[in-house]
Structure formats: structure tokens, C-alpha cells
Design a protein around this ligand. Structure first.
Ligand code: AP5
Length: 213
């Protein structure tokens, strides 16, 4: 089962992908997490990606496509979280899937307005050690500033400052939203009301997945 989670920043893609990974054993491939890891390790990719990420811009397609080619597993299903984000990335994914003899199952569109995005990201906390995600109000950790999963330190992501979040949302509308039509025309797209509570969104995803691919 190969799924794409598409949607604006802060729409809950990562939160839902982690749940589905645990319950269904699907691999979770988040381009944002992979890039942040590369930045942390100071790799060539990380050095190139850093300035784009800090400004809320997209990292160039050729870097992202090469990274996906490297991590895409030969066996088993996976969730693509934050990829593709442009039409050239979607076309590259088509070529990659064809090469590996795989089929895309479904694309979930996480639908939320800009003000919800700003509210969610201004309260998001991320674990510096394991990447677990919390929210100061909607999903607080048991102990303030400490990750429930691994005890790591919780921080606000650099690109979660309001002006960067608004830029990221604009970039989504301009460069990523055209994918709604791209996948809609193929009857692969399922729109989720991602303003609902975490558990309700998850139930909606499971409901759609009941029909298989
Ligand atoms: P990336 O890390 O992919 O960021 P994003 O798409 O902007 O998504 P987020 O991680 O911000 O949000 P999310 O939808 O996963 O929401 P979450 O579940 O955390 O990308 C970062 C940067 O990397 C990009 O700006 C770009 O520079 C680069 N990049 C990455 N991929 C790229 C690509 N393919 N091409 C080019 N560049 C790329 O939830 C958010 C908050 O809300 C959390 O606090 C959570 O607890 C809370 N929450 C979640 N669901 C709910 C709910 N239902 N109700 C209430 N609160 C909720």
C-alpha cells in the first residue's frame, strides 16, 4: 500500500502518518524529517537545504527526487508525507513507481484553512531526540518540555515562527495545490476535513482505507 499525504504545513500529516505507521506497519517517509536530519548531520544535502527551509521555501526538486530515490524501499508499503510537493516531483514519482513496478494506492488531502495552520504551528513542540510531535494545547506532553516517548527536550521548530509559517502556506498554495487537480483527475484523491480532532481524522482515514486500493 503506497499512500501520499498532501496538505498545507501543520495540517496534521505527520501526526496521522505516525499513527498509521504504528497500526499498519507502513514505512513513514517524511521529506521534512529527512531534510532536518541532513541539516543536523551537516551533510552536503543538509548544507544546501538549510537556507531554503529557514525561509519557508521549497528545496530544489532535483535534490528532493535524488533523496527519495535513495530511501524508497524495494519491499512493503509506505506513506509519503510531504512528497511530492510540485508537479515535477509528482512526475518523478510516477517514473520511480513504474521502475519498481509499484502502484500508487490513494492520496489524502488534509484540508485546513490558513488561520488553523498558524494556530497549530505556533503551539507545536517537537522532540529534539526522536522527532515526536506535541501541541501545547491540543496534545500536550505529560511533563512540560519533556518528550513522553524518549525523555528528550521539546523545542519549537525554527520554521514555525509566524512569518515563516505564512510564507510556507503561500508556497503551498502556489506550488503544491496544483497537485490536487493532478491526482483528482486520476480518481486517487480523498479530501479529509483536517480541522477535526486527531482521533476523528484518523477514523476518517481508516474508513477510506477499508475499501483497499
Ligand atoms: P515539512 O517538515 O514537510 O513541513 P510541512 O509540510 O510544512 O508540514 P509540517 O511538518 O509543518 O506539518 P504536518 O502537516 O506534518 O502537521 P503535524 O502533524 O506536525 O517540511 C519542512 C520544510 O522542508 C519545507 O518548508 C521545505 O523547505 C522542505 N521540504 C520538505 N519536503 C519537501 C519537498 N517535497 N520538496 C521541497 N522542499 C521540501 O501537526 C502540526 C501541529 O498540529 C502539531 O502540534 C500537532 O500536535 C497538531 N495537530 C495535528 N493534528 C491536529 C488536529 N487534528 N487537531 C489539533 N491539533 C492537531
Amino acid at each position: 500500500m503506497i499512500l501520499i499525504f498532501l496538505g498545507p504545513p501543520g495540517s496534521g500529516k505527520g501526526t496521522q502518518a505516525k499513527r498509521l505507521q504504528q497500526d499498519k506497519g507502513l514505512m513513514h517517509i517524511s521529506t521534512g524529517d529527512l531534510l532536518r536530519d541532513a541539516v543536523k548531520k551537516g551533510t552536503e544535502l543538509g548544507k544546501k537545504a538549510k537556507e531554503y527551509m529557514e525561509k519557508g521555501e521549497l528545496v530544489p526538486d532535483e535534490l528532493i527526487i535524488a533523496m527519495i530515490e535513495e530511501v524508497m524501499p524495494e519491499e512493503g508499503g509506505f506513506i509519503l508525507d510531504g512528497f511530492p510537493r510540485t508537479i515535477p516531483q509528482a512526475q518523478a514519482l510516477d517514473r520511480l513507481l513504474e521502475k519498481h513496478n509499484k502502484n500508487l494506492c490513494k492520496v489524502f488531502l488534509f484540508d485546513v484553512p490558513e488561520e488553523v495552520v498558524v494556530d497549530r504551528l505556533s503551539g507545536r513542540l517537537t522532540c529534539t531526540n526522536c522527532g515526536a510531535v506535541y501541541h501545547v494545547r491540543y496534545n500536550p506532553p505529560k511533563t512540560e518540555g519533556v518528550c513522553d516517548v524518549c525523555g528528550g527536550r521539546l523545542v519549537q521548530r525554527e520554521d514555525d515562527k509566524e512569518e515563516v509559517v505564512r510564507r510556507r502556506y503561500k508556497v503551498y498554495v502556489e506550488q503544491t495545490a496544483p497537485l490536487i487537480d493532478f491526482y483528482g483527475k486520476r480518481n486517487k484523491l480523498y479530501r479529509l476535513d483536517a480541522t477535526k480532532e486527531v482521533q476523528e481524522v484518523y477514523r476518517d482515514i481508516l474508513e477510506v482505507l477499508k475499501d483497499g486500493c
